[in-house]
Design a protein around this ligand. Structure first.
Ligand SMILES: CC(C)(COP(=O)(O)OP(=O)(O)OC[C@H]1O[C@@H](n2cnc3c(N)ncnc32)[C@H](O)[C@@H]1OP(=O)(O)O)[C@@H](O)C(=O)NCCC(=O)NCCS
Length: 159
């Protein structure tokens, strides 16, 4: 029988028909989820790259990037709770980093909640390093939480 990892059949472009499935992942995984309009807007923007990773042809994760000149920004990434810790986010990001290098991009930026240690561990594993803090950037309960800014320099030799 195929292992869980080999059942991750494909990384492909997100389509409008995926938005319901992507919203289900977003709502289950994120503290302050985007709504459907956010995803539709991303799909309609030529500077954005929207991808899904499927398991048995069903979206299990997604990644949304914006690309401006030689900079890539990770705008959103989430994995369905049932498929977390199977290497799917690492695979999505590794592919995005390879594509960015191939397209002569020089840096990838992202923001992550200060409390989101699992995502920060993932990003560090892929060569991201902390480059700043945005105070009170995210909503959290009745208050706010800092964003940690991270960058991955594509010329630094990280794979
Ligand atoms: C963060 C998230 C995207 C990681 O996705 P994932 O597919 O489960 O991550 P991976 O299986 O590819 O893990 C890669 C590495 O990340 C780190 N990591 C991921 N989940 C972790 C956890 N729960 N605890 C500790 N480290 C974790 C580990 O270093 C892991 O490597 P390892 O399994 O070899 O130890 C996923 O947990 C998620 O969707 N979280 C909710 C949404 C979110 O936080 N998005 C990021 C916003 S900036």
């Amino acid at each position: 029988m195929a292992s869980d990892r080999t059942r991750v059949a494909a990384i492909r472009a997100m389509e409008l028909e995926d938005v319901d499935a992507v919203m289900a992942i977003e709502t289950a995984a994120q503290l302050t989820p985007w709504n459907g309009t956010h995803f539709c807007d991303c799909l309609g923007n030529a500077n954005y790259l929207c991808q899904v990773a499927t398991v048995d042809d069903v979206p299990a994760a997604f990644l949304i990037l914006s690309r401006i000149l030689d900079e890539t920004h990770v705008l959103n990434i989430a994995v369905a709770p049932a498929w977390q810790r199977h290497g799917i986010a690492r695979r999505l990001l590794q592919q995005a980093l390879s594509a960015a290098r191939a397209d002569a991009m020089t840096v990838v930026y992202l923001e992550v909640r200060e409390s989101n240690q699992s995502a920060q561990a993932l990003y560090r594993q892929l060569g991201f390093e902390v480059c700043g803090v945005r105070k009170n950037y995210y909503r959290k309960g009745d208050g706010h939480e800092n964003a940690v800014l991270m960058q991955c320099l594509l010329t630094s030799g990280h794979k």
